[in-house]
Design a binder for this molecule. Structure first.
Ligand SMILES: [Zn+2]
Ligand SMILES: [Zn+2]
Length: 279
């Protein structure tokens, strides 16, 4: 069985509108090989289920419908000629916007048959009829000002619960991306980790829905504001309830693939975590 730290199951690609580099796909596979990865899941951002104007994004960070077709075609064509040792899965990171379940179901209907893997990720929270975006620290800080840190944490975990219980159809992704994304500012607002009952409720729902959680190492890229991997705050509950996990770097550039997989928090827990492919 492949060890957890040999599969990076959350990697972006040259097709990502907000990629950090214009490096070609070859460079991603070469970097994965150098990092000792046996497998990489490419999970490009699926189209937003709502108009851009209803979000806090200034530019669309996600693929357009045409972009998705180009992505699948380009990735599949690359793989046909790839002879290296890294196994490639081609999938999508699908957005969960509360209230947009039907549209999200249609997106999954359209792309599900081509998806070999998928993440369901919450980057936006519905608060008082508006979608608050969690990708940027200033947005999180503004959201805390609006509703308070403890309440925002509660809303976040309630939204995660909905993301795994929503009826998104047969193609719904079963891995939850970066399940403490709010911790992007967790050092500023420790109250985000303060609500154990709702966090445990979320863990139990994940288990019951036969889903899995991602431990996402990109949180450590923000040492002052976050300083831990996404999912770390849930580790005691993940262990207690034997919830399956995968590791993801969320790399938007080749050099980041497998990044952080050597961190003590991962290495010290490797033997007691249940990899999603063994669940
Ligand atoms: Zn991205
Ligand atoms: Zn994400």
């Amino acid at each position: 069985m492949t060890a957890l730290d040999k599969k990076d199951l959350h990697v972006h690609t040259p097709f990502c509108p907000h990629r950090h580099t214009d490096a070609p796909l070859e460079a991603y596979l070469a970097a994965a090989e150098r990092a000792g990865m046996a497998e990489v899941a490419f999970t490009e951002h699926a189209p937003l289920p709502i108009p851009l104007e209803r979000t806090q994004y200034e530019e669309n960070p996600n693929l357009s419908a045409d972009g998705v077709d180009a992505y699948f075609a380009g990735m599949q064509a690359f793989r046909e000629h790839y002879t290296g040792p890294v196994r490639m899965r081609i999938g999508l990171e699908v957005e969960y916007f509360e209230g947009c379940e039907e549209k999200t179901g249609h997106i999954l209907e359209a792309y599900g048959p081509r998806m070999e893997d998928g993440l369901i990720s919450v980057h936006n929270l519905l608060v008082d009829g508006c979608y608050l975006n969690l990708d940027y620290r200033h947005n999180i800080i503004a959201a805390v000002k609006a509703v308070g840190a403890r309440k925002l944490g509660e809303i976040y975990y309630r939204t995660l619960i909905r993301s795994v219980t929503a009826d998104l159809g047969p193609w719904r992704p079963r891995r939850v991306g970066h399940p403490t994304l709010l911790g992007r500012c967790g050092r500023l607002f420790p109250e985000f980790y303060d609500n154990l009952p709702v966090m445990e409720e979320f863990i139990l729902v994940v288990k019951e829905q036969e889903c899995a959680l991602e431990l996402n190492t990109s949180g450590v890229l923000y040492p002052d504001d976050c300083g831990q991997i996404y999912g770390e705050a849930l580790l005691p509950l993940i262990q207690k309830h034997r919830v399956p996990v995968s590791l993801g770097s969320d790399a938007h550039e080749p050099e980041r693939i497998g990044g952080g997989f050597d961190l003590p928090v991962i290495q010290e827990n490797l033997k007691t975590l249940l990899p999603v492919w063994e669940a």
